[in-house]
Ligand binder design. Structure first.
Ligand code: CP
Ligand code: NVA
Length: 306
């Protein structure tokens, strides 16, 4: 694995290996002598806001012996229109790896191609692959395994989170029920390309939540959509609240990638009741991203055959 750009193009084996490595890194945190990023500088190029992703990557890179360099788009020429392929060709000659949060998935792919250094997708409009790994690790920790689990996603049915969830379901085979207003459901062409009969889509949140072991949600307005208040109105009835959880399986858990908007996609009551899981999910960003960094460092080592 030279880059980590999407769940779509990750194999089930690669996902399982990363999850196992993340669990091991989590158990051994603070006791690891290995410093696979020793002497390396990793650029964090962010054109969108972030709390969890930025902090977890900065801490993770340091814990693995490397030096993180945070580059907000406003501080570099990218923000003034310098093409991503030029930014990539400069950074590729100076730093050892890059973590990118931006709008277009193509920009992350182009960066990887032009920089020729390990590149990680830290969220685009198409995918949020690091988050999905953290979510999967949390489910395994809380519910022991994914096999036979029903996961419900209530909210925007074609956001970066939902798309990554749909690809994860395709690769790993668990049941995924997406509930979204009709205008925010995945288009037929996407579902045809996905070709995953274990992924279902409905406009009825109760139907999706029925018998679910995991109830999952995300903001209705993703970054870049903040002024689309009309969109928000269409999500009335899609709040994850106590009534909806009444449909879920006994022992269910609730996930939210955060940040959360209480009273919109999730009630304050449900968020606080499930805060232990949700903040464990946030912490798991650190562990899964360390696993990704270790895997990419190994693949780019001079004698690597990967
Ligand atoms: N979940 C997530 O990616 O959070 P941030 O936007 O704070 O990084
Ligand atoms: N769908 C959200 C995820 C935030 C972590 C967004 O893109 O803003």
């Amino acid at each position: 694995m030279k880059h980590f750009l999407s769940i779509e193009h990750l194999s089930a084996d690669a996902i399982q290996r990363l999850l196992a490595s993340a669990a091991e890194l989590k158990r051994g945190r603070g006791a690891h002598a290995a410093q696979p990023l020793a002497g390396q500088t990793w650029a964090l190029i962010f054109t969108k806001s972030s709390t969890r992703t930025r902090v977890s990557f900065e801490v993770g890179i340091r814990e693995l012996g490397g030096f993180p360099m945070f580059l907000s788009k406003n501080d570099i020429q990218l923000g003034r229109g310098e093409p991503i392929k030029d930014t990539a060709r400069v950074l590729g000659r100076m730093v050892h790896g890059a973590v990118i949060r931006t709008f277009a998935q193509q920009d992350v792919s182009d960066f990887a191609a032009f920089s020729n250094i390990p590149t990680i997708n830290a969220l685009t409009d198409d995918e949020h692959p690091c988050q999905i790994l953290a979510d999967l690790l949390t489910i395994i920790e809380k519910l022991d395994h994914l096999r036979g689990r029903k996961i419900a996603f209530i909210g925007d049915g074609f956001s970066n989170m939902t798309r990554s969830w749909m690809w994860a379901a395709k690769h790993l085979g668990f049941e995924l029920a997406v509930a979204a207003p009709p205008a925010y459901q995945p288009p037929a062409e996407f579902l045809a390309a996905l070709a995953a009969p274990n992924v279902t889509v409905t406009a009825d949140p109760r139907q999706a939540a029925h018998g679910a072991h995991v109830i999952n949600t995300d903001v209705w307005l993703s970054m870049g959509q903040e002024d689309q208040t009309d969109k928000e109105r269409e999500f009335a009835g899609f709040e994850v609240n106590a009534a909806l959880l009444g449909e879920a399986a006994p022992g269910h858990i609730v996930l939210h990638c955060l940040p959360a908007y209480r009273g919109k996609e999730i009630s304050a009551e449900v968020l606080e009741l499930h805060a232990d899981t949700i903040f464990q999910q946030a912490e798991n960003r650190l562990h899964v991203q360390k696993a990704i960094l270790v895997a990419l460092a190994a693949a780019s080592a001079p004698d690597s055959k990967i």
